[in-house]
Write a protein that binds this ligand. Structure first.
Ligand code: ADP
Length: 455
């Protein structure tokens, strides 16, 4: 089976390898450059010394004549003088210098003699037509080996240290960078196994990529937990709500079967069953609507919507005078929003329906639409449904938006499902708006929907 190297190990190996290669290349370059610099310098000294001494050497009547300024050893250069037959006339060669080295006029050479190395430069100094002498400069370069040796020693001490530091540094950086990923993997693993939905990675907020990834995961886990919780809550609420009408239907059926003697009694039982079945069907329909919106399977069909006109039409439809309640309309013309006509009409319809259900007999509802602006200064459409009905206690106002929540009295009356307002809120939020309520117990309520307005 192929062995898989961890990213940590791969990064460390890469760092170490890279540093080794870099160090080796540096060493090579240093050796190359230092060798060249040393050679150039040696050539310069040699050339300067030998050329400078040429005028001091001559043959007078066949005999070698050196001026008083001539020095056999100067600037670390040994000067040797040979006759035209290349026999040494004067001067002392450094020990181990290969004296047999061929003389060549004006040529600088590098020769080695035993363990020492030398730079040499020869010049033929003619005296008369046929005669002349050779002047040879010899520069000992014992330092070159030492310098190279020093550089090598330095590197053999420093190189392992560099490689070790690179390896350790690389490993630590890789570990620090990748540790959160292991934590993400652990957290995701335990969440996907369903062990612990409250588990978080919990990295302190940072600006680097891994911190942002970990925070994004935490946010996702949070949302997952919320939706699991919501799903659990929803399932238990839905089954509880469906159980009530089912129990009533079953009870009515068994009562009618056992005790139903007359047509009227059967009729009565069927009426009850019919009411409860309708309630169940409504409930299922609402639940499906909300779930579709939640899951995004019911997409918003957004279009430019004349809200003023829609409010007017719904007012005409709803102002039926049921329960003796009259609805008055205060609408500003030409208010447009970007919205899904069906869903927005559901919002208005629900609020009007509630205002009528919880309004007082023979009371009054006001349906308003006007434009305004929010705290950011953006233009908004404001829709209000105000009634003079039973109102609510202040502590109820936060709860009425929850699914299946009904204020005590309404629950007992069995008039609603407790889903209308949560759907209103859901739809308004999907349209980027807000919905609020103010209410005074016994005096009435006012629901306000704010939606972004378009020109
Ligand atoms: P329901 O089907 O019970 O009307 P909603 O979600 O529409 O469900 O409303 C939730 C609860 O909020 C209602 O049961 C009722 O107690 C309260 N409520 C809603 N609208 C009004 C209103 N206009 N006046 C008083 N109470 C209201």
């Amino acid at each position: 089976m192929k062995r898989v190297l961890s990213i940590k190990l791969k990064l460390t190996l890469w760092f170490t390898g890279f540093m080794t290669v870099t160090a080796a290349v540096c060493l090579g370059l240093i050796l190359m450059i230092s060798g060249k610099v040393e050679r150039d310098e040696a050539f310069q000294i040699l050339s300067f010394t030998v050329r400078g001494n040429i005028p001091q050497v001559s043959l007078v009547e066949g005999r070698l004549h050196l001026s008083s300024e001539f020095q056999f050893y100067t600037n670390d250069v040994y000067l040797l003088i040979y006759n035209k037959k290349k026999a040494l006339l004067s001067g002392q060669a450094p020990p181990s210098f290969p004296v047999e080295t061929e003389l060549e006029n004006g040529v600088t050479k590098f020769v080695s003699g035993g363990k020492d190395e030398f730079y040499i430069l020869d010049f033929w100094i003619p005296c008369g037509w046929e005669d002349g002498v050779w002047l040879r400069g010899v520069l000992h370069s014992p330092d070159s080996q030492r310098t190279l040796g020093n550089i090598f020693t330095m590197f053999t001490i420093i190189l392992p240290f560099i490689i070790l530091s690179a390896g350790a540094g690389g490993y630590l950086i890789a570990k620090r960078a990748l540790d959160p990923i292991s934590r993400i993997t652990d957290a995701a693993g335990s969440i996907s196994e369903g062990k612990d939905l409250t588990r978080r990675i919990g990295l302190p907020p940072g600006r680097d990529e891994v911190s942002r990834l970990a925070n994004a995961f935490d946010h996702m886990f949070e949302r997952l937990e919320q939706s699991f919780e919501a799903e659990k809550q929803f399932t238990s609420d839905a089954s509880h709500e469906l159980r009530t009408p089912t129990t009533v239907i079953l009870a009515q059926c068994s009562y009618a079967k056992k005790h139903g003697n007359s047509l009227e009694e059967y009729q009565e039982a069927i009426d009850v069953i019919d009411r409860q079945a309708r309630r169940m069907s409504q409930l299922i329909e609402r639940l499906l609507d909300m779930t579709r919106l939640d899951l995004g399977t019911r997409k918003l069909h957004l279009e430019r919507l004349d809200l003023s006109e829609m409010v007017r039409i719904l007012w005409e439809e709803q102002n039926t005078g049921a329960r003796g309640i009259s609805i008055s309309l205060e609408v500003e013309d030409g208010i447009w929003v970007q919205g899904d006509p069906f869903l927005i009409s559901r919002v208005i319809w629900n609020l009007l329906d509630n205002a009528r259900k919880y309004g007082k007999e023979g009371g009054h509802i006001v349906l308003r639409l006007f434009s305004g602006s929010n705290e950011n200064g953006s233009k908004i459409a404001i829709l209000q449904v105000e009634d003079d009905g039973i109102g609510m206690e202040t502590e109820e106002l936060d709860k009425i938006w929850q699914r299946f929540y009904q204020v005590g009295a309404s629950r007992q009356s069995g008039s609603g499902l407790g889903l209308g307002l949560s759907m209103v809120k859901q739809i308004v939020h999907l349209h980027g708006g807000e919905v609020t309520v103010t209410s005074i117990l016994g005096q009435g309520s006012c629901f306000t929907v704010m939606l972004p307005k378009i020109p």
